[in-house]
Design a protein around this ligand. Structure first.
Ligand SMILES: Nc1ncnc2c1ncn2[C@@H]1O[C@H](COP(=O)(O)OP(=O)(O)OP(=O)(O)O)[C@@H](O)[C@H]1O
Length: 355
């Protein structure tokens, strides 16, 4: 049996004087070479979990290891096995970009020849060769992020922890970054990332763990998680109800169709239809303080967007849907068939209340 790249068992962290555990008995394994996404609302316990794994936070109880090294009992030894790229730059501004790389490798005990060769290789890989000796003050946020990842790879860690790596990056930098992350994965580096970007998590991660209130609520591949949600597919309709018809009643009638698990209005009242993921944030189940507000009440003649969550193949339901709309003299402008997104799963598990 191969040793997991990350192993967390019954991990608990209670900060001094805190009334509840920040991490409340979390267990999971990450396989070598996996990209693992840790997701959760603000304050869920992600950073604390990563903090324990990277020896910055002292665990209250439980066990944790990275690349087979016990990070709780022998943090110093474990540190050579991983690298952390924090959300905010912690580059040394008194050094050149290149020196940031070579000093890091010197700290980890690598020879001068190795340090220089590795720095050149990584500067090239991260598109920073031409800016290797510039002042860091002239670096953009994207360049600083690239340099931090390059620096983290100087000591060839087995596991790379990335804390919200693409926050604040432009689309080009984001794509570039993910290409590099995939390259690292292809070379056998295990990547553990935290992110609030659900699309990115779904696209990048081999598996994701969803955390809230210090507990792991779900752990699986993004596909398996979305498959588990309600039905197999979602039908999104842009409909203009007949004058005087009540949209809520129209949706209730649509939800009664055999094969429709539930229905909800995701936008309307003249608002631009939100993309599916955003739509769910607006319209998903109640609770959690009622924020953010639901869609505006539509005026007569305005189209509304209705989402139907299905528990059977969508093709067979188009006929019944059109019949209901016909019977109520509603006009159908657009139909989209889609899968539930990871964000739908996230909201379903963690609710929509603000943290
Ligand atoms: N140093 C600390 N001292 C006391 N409480 C803390 C400390 N750090 C975090 N907490 C608390 O522990 C809980 C979990 O916080 P944590 O930072 O791990 O969450 P998170 O999921 O990383 O959130 P975010 O997405 O906002 O970064 C929160 O209630 C937070 O207020």
């Amino acid at each position: 049996m191969t040793t997991p790249a990350v192993e967390v068992k019954d991990l608990v962290k209670r900060y001094p004087k805190a009334p509840v555990n920040a991490v409340d008995g979390i267990s999971f394994d990450v396989a070598p070479g996996e990209i693992f996404g840790l997701l959760g609302p603000n304050g869920a316990g992600k950073s604390t979990t990563i903090g324990v794994l990277t020896t910055r936070v002292k665990a209250t109880s439980g066990s944790a290891s990275v690349a087979g090294q016990d990070v709780i009992r022998d943090g110093v030894r474990a540190r050579s096995a991983f690298a952390v790229v924090p959300q905010r730059s912690n580059l040394d501004r008194s050094l050149t970009p290149r020196q940031n790389l070579t000093f890091h490798a010197a700290y980890h005990g690598f020879s001068r020849a190795y340090r220089n060769a590795r720095a050149d290789e990584l500067l090239e890989q991260f598109g920073l060769t031409a800016q290797a000796n510039k002042k860091l003050d002239f670096y953009s946020g994207g360049m600083a992020q690239r340099l931090m990842i390059a620096r983290s790879m100087m000591h060839e860690p087995a596991v790379l922890f990335l804390d919200e790596p693409t926050t604040g990056l432009d689309p080009q930098s984001r794509i570039f970054l993910w290409e590099r992350v995939r390259e690292m994965r292809d070379r056998g580096v295990t990547v553990v990332l935290t992110t609030h970007d659900m699309d990115e998590a779904a696209e990048m991660s081999d598996r994701v763990g969803i955390v809230d209130h210090g507990k792991l609520l779900a752990l699986d591949t993004p596909e398996a998680l979305t498959r588990r949600l309600t039905g197999q597919a979602v039908l999104e309709l842009t409909v203009t109800p007949a004058p005087g018809d009540d949209p809520e009643k129209l949706i209730a009638t649509l939800a009664e169709i055999d094969g429709v698990a539930r229905g909800e209005q995701v936008s309307g009242g003249g608002a631009t239809p939100a993309p599916p993921a955003m739509a769910t944030m607006i319209a998903a189940r109640g609770g959690g303080g009622g924020l953010p507000p639901g869609p505006a009440a539509p005026r007569d003649g305005d189209p509304i967007t209705v989402r139907l969550y299905l528990d059977r193949e969508p093709a067979g339901l188009l006929g019944p849907v059109v019949s209901v709309l016909d019977a109520r003299a509603a006009t159908l402008a657009n139909v989209q068939i889609g899968e539930p997104s990871l964000e739908d799963v996230f909201i379903d598990l963690t609710g929509r209340g603000l943290r």
